[in-house]
Design a protein. Structure first.
Length: 94
């Protein structure tokens, strides 16, 4: 098995902290990525390279179906984009 998503999230949060993000930003970023992890685990996806755009769109749609506010969904989208940008830079996703 390759790199786990959980480990990648830990590294992503650490990278965000290293850029000087506030504790509030780090907490929200971590919660948003934890929600993504739970969603992907339910679909038995546990490696960053196995995540497709389709799964990410499904994740965002599921957040809307749960009644999450549009602003919260936008924040989650931003966290996911930042996370996958970091993974691509680290050659953990494509």
């Amino acid at each position: 098995m390759g790199n786990s998503l959980g480990g990648a999230v830990t590294l992503g949060v650490a990278a965000t902290a290293a850029r000087g993000a506030s504790p509030h930003t780090l907490r929200a970023y971590g919660q948003d990525l934890e929600a993504l992890l739970v969603f992907l685990e339910e679909r038995e996806i546990d490696e960053p390279a196995a995540v497709s755009a389709r799964e990410l769109r499904s994740f965002l749609a599921a957040q809307d179906e749960r009644g999450l506010a549009r602003s919260s969904i936008q924040r989650r989208l931003s966290a996911v984009r930042s996370f996958f940008t970091h993974l691509i830079k680290q050659d953990l996703a494509s």
